[in-house]
Structure formats: structure tokens, C-alpha cells
Design a protein around this ligand. Structure first.
Ligand code: CP
Ligand code: NVA
Length: 312
């Protein structure tokens, strides 16, 4: 069993993993030997702080070992992906992989003979979503019926929030004037919309802060993410697109003025780009659970790994 998109996980698998994440957070000592002598292989084609640390440190805290493979210093770049994943599967008990392209994630999942976890591709970020649900459960006290408003570019993080949220009764309102082309998943959105778990807002109608404020104010949580995914940050060919997006997205920035007097929790998967999708002051706002959310990546990654290991 793998974790590729979360769509393949059942409602109860997601619910139980969220509950276990909280148990692990509250009683880490009980889990010290639960992955004794097991080996996690981390294969990263892109940079990472949280996901990498959650995997590497998480498995060690569970009694196992971590082996980080930087894409460029392995032979993944010059060989058939499936062959290399098959080889890696023979050395480790579980794999955490961050690929640029979702199709590579799918190929890797087909070839892996041990559980493989999607550590964020261009279409989904499932481990982030489990950590997000854990944080919502922790700070709002429930998941069913909780209203989350995602404001930004519809991307991998937004997709996974919807995919996970749909299984636990979250209502995700999305205020996104654009979708990242690589993140398009019409099937997911249409299923979630039918179930009342995804509410896209026509941004043509959101032409002032008053409307934006009213929509966000009706939600329990407001969530944003970068306007530009990490792989494009230093890409010189993306410079014009970066400028275009910043200009278009500035009216959607989360800032103290927009959120004035609103009673909602503030979330961001991080890394944040202060002064762009979020004003820096909001990270330390009393309503923010951003750093707690980030810490929860560690606890929830442990719960994900333990669940997958128990199934293999
Ligand atoms: N949120 C998240 O996945 O962060 P990293 O890219 O640093 O892993
Ligand atoms: N959506 C962003 C952040 C993920 C942690 C990206 O893919 O770079």
C-alpha cells in the first residue's frame, strides 16, 4: 500500500491516521520502538525542509534509520526510474519521494515493492494534508463541517486539502483566480463539489476586499500557499510569469487589514513568502497556527509511516 494522492485512502484510514498523529504527538515515548531497525529511503528531486525533516527525524524517533538520497548524487537521473525504485525497494522498508512530475510518482508507485509516500509532486501534497487535518482537529476540535477558505493559486496543496477534506467532511471554499496547469484534476474537483466539500468562488465577482472579507469571515480557517511552486523560483524562464502572478495576486494577499476583526485560524503550509501571499505579521498573529501546523508535519509523518508499515 502507498500514499500517492490520498484519493486511494478510505475515510477511516484518513480519520485514524489523523487520530494517531495526535496520539503520537501527545505520547511520543510510547512510539520509540515502533519502527525498530526499519529503514526509510528518502529520494528528493526538489528541495525540502519540513517534509524531509519529518521523514528523517520521524523514523529515527520511531527507532528506525533514515537514508537521504539527493537526486543528483544518485543514478536516478541517468537510469530508468522504475529500475532504480525497484532496487531501492530491496534495500529499505519504506520510501518517501518528492518528484517534480506526478507521472513519475505514479511510475515509482507501480515499481516500488515497499510502501512509497508522495512527499509532494506538482499535483498533490498528501502528507501536508494529513498534517493540516491534524492541526484543524487540534485547534478547532473537529473536522466534520469545518469551513476552510483557501486563498491563492489553486495548486498541489489545495488539491490535497480538498482530497483529504472530502473524506472527513471539511468544506473547502477556494478563492483562486488561477490554477497551476500541472495541478488540474477535474475528476477530484467535480466529485468534491458534488459532495459539497469544494466550493469554488468565481473571482470575477470578488472585486473588492469587502467581498473577500465576507467570504473568509464565514469560515473557521483561512489558508494560503505560495503563488509560485518551488521548482520555478529560480527558473529564469519563469521570471515574466512570476511578475505577472505577483501583480495579479496582490489583491488576494492575506494581511492584517483583510483579516481585521475576523475570527478565523490562519494556516500556511510553509515556506512562506512574506510580503507576497501573506503579510509577515500574520505569521505571529494570535490567530495563526502556522508554526504548530509545521510541527505537526513531524507527528503526522510518523503516523503515516507506521500505518503504511503495518500494512506491508
Ligand atoms: N510544507 C512543506 O512541504 O515544506 P517543505 O517543502 O519544506 O518540505
Ligand atoms: N505548493 C508549494 C509548496 C509546497 C510545500 C510548492 O509546490 O512548491
Amino acid at each position: 500500500m502507498h500514499l500517492v494522492t490520498l484519493k486511494e485512502w478510505t475515510d477511516s484510514e484518513i480519520q485514524e491516521t489523523v487520530e494517531n498523529s495526535l496520539k503520537i504527538k501527545n505520547h511520543p515515548e510510547k512510539y520509540r520502538h515502533t519502527a525498530e531497525a526499519l529503514n526509510l529511503g528518502l529520494l528528493f528531486q526538489k528541495t525540502s525542509t519540513r517534509t524531509r525533516c519529518a521523514g528523517e527525524i520521524g523514523i529515527v524517533q520511531l527507532g528506525g534509520n533514515a537514508h537521504y538520497l539527493d537526486w543528483r548524487s544518485t543514478n536516478f537521473g541517468i537510469a530508468d526510474l522504475s529500475d532504480e525504485i525497484r532496487v531501492l525497494s530491496a534495500y529499505v522498508d519504506i520510501i518517501l519521494a518528492r518528484f517534480l512530475k506526478h507521472n513519475d510518482m505514479l511510475d515509482a508507485a507501480k515499481a516500488a515493492t515497499v510502501p512509497i509516500i508522495n512527499g509532494c509532486c506538482d499535483r498533490y501534497h498528501p502528507t501536508q494534508a494529513i498534517g493540516d487535518l491534524m492541526t484543524i482537529q487540534e485547534y478547532i476540535g473537529k473536522l466534520d463541517g469545518v469551513k476552510v477558505c483557501f486563498v491563492g493559486i489553486h495548486n498541489n496543496v489545495c488539491n490535497s486539502l480538498i482530497a483529504a477534506g472530502m473524506k472527513v467532511g471539511l468544506e473547502v471554499t477556494v478563492i483562486a483566480p488561477e490554477i497551476n496547469p500541472a495541478a488540474i484534476d477535474k475528476e477530484l474537483l467535480s466529485e468534491a463539489e458534488q459532495k459539497g466539500c469544494y466550493k469554488p468562488v468565481d473571482t470575477e465577482l470578488v472585486d473588492n476586499h469587502g467581498i473577500l472579507q465576507r467570504i473568509i469571515g464565514g469560515c473557521d480557517v483561512v489558508y494560503t500557499d505560495t503563488w509560485i511552486d518551488m521548482e520555478f523560483f529560480t527558473d529564469p524562464d519563469f521570471a515574466d510569469e512570476r511578475d505577472r502572478r505577483v501583480e495579479k495576486m496582490m489583491p488576494y494577499q492575506l494581511n492584517p487589514n483583510l483579516l481585521r476583526d475576523l475570527d478565523c485560524r490562519i494556516m500556511h503550509c510553509l515556506p512562506a513568502h512574506r510580503g507576497y501571499e501573506i503579510d509577515g505579521d500574520l505569521l505571529d498573529d494570535p490567530r495563526s497556527v502556522i508554526f504548530e501546523q509545521s510541527e505537526n508535519r513531524l507527528h503526522s509523518m510518523k503516523a503515516i509511516m507506521l500505518y503504511l508499515l503495518s500494512q506491508s
